[in-house]
Design a protein around this ligand. Structure first.
Ligand SMILES: CC(C)(COP(=O)(O)OP(=O)(O)OC[C@H]1O[C@@H](n2cnc3c(N)ncnc32)[C@H](O)[C@@H]1OP(=O)(O)O)[C@@H](O)C(=O)NCCC(=O)NCCS
Length: 157
């Protein structure tokens, strides 16, 4: 597995984050990401996976927040040309480590039931489905609520 350079994103990374997010099936509103990174007040952590050989080239990112005393993985995107290389796994691992360091004992997330790639990734890392919510998303898609206990141990392939 090629190891990415994992670090917290800063406002200088905003342009690349917006570019990466546009490759997601369901991009976040640009104003939300801009506010989070430039506003300074958000309690969200943007964690970036940067190319090991190209300085500051963003390959993917994760967003960690919290909800009901759990770490909440709010977003995760890897650019299409770098998928299936373990970067999504490394980003979830980094978010889990961060959540554990913050004192949370669980990492939770919501994922579209139709998002087979993401569900396969989370399943491979030990996340369990706790509940399903019909019509959770504005387009009527079903959400699966998933969680994993921290610390998260990942078997290297
Ligand atoms: C979901 C996503 C982040 C996965 O990132 P990734 O870097 O490709 O994930 P990894 O390479 O770490 O995959 C780890 C494992 O997850 C599973 N997996 C990932 N993508 C898969 C796919 N398309 N089909 C089947 N299994 C998949 C596999 O078990 C994979 O291991 P393998 O490649 O050895 O078989 C990426 O597909 C993506 O950015 N999708 C668009 C945004 C999105 O849907 N985000 C989720 C929001 S909840």
């Amino acid at each position: 597995m090629i190891l990415a350079d994992i670090r917290f994103c800063a406002k200088e990374d905003l342009g690349q984050i917006l570019e990466v997010d546009r490759t997601s099936l369901y991009p976040w509103p640009e104003r939300t990401i801009s506010r989070d990174l430039l506003g300074g007040g958000a309690r969200l952590s943007y964690i970036g996976a940067f190319a090991p050989a190209v300085k500051d080239k963003l390959l993917g990112y994760a967003v960690l927040g919290d909800e009901k005393r759990n770490g909440l993985l709010m977003n995760l995107v890897v650019v299409p040309e770098h998928r299936r290389r373990g970067f999504g796994t490394q980003l979830v691992a980094a978010a889990a480590e961060c959540a554990n360091d913050m004192g949370f004992s669980m990492l939770v997330l919501r994922v579209r039931a139709s998002n087979f790639a993401a569900r396969a990734l989370y399943g491979s890392l030990g996340f369990r489905t706790d509940a399903t919510r019909e019509s959770f998303y504005s387009d009527g898609d079903v959400a699966q609520y998933m969680s994993v206990r921290l610390p998260l141990f990942i078997n290297e392939k």
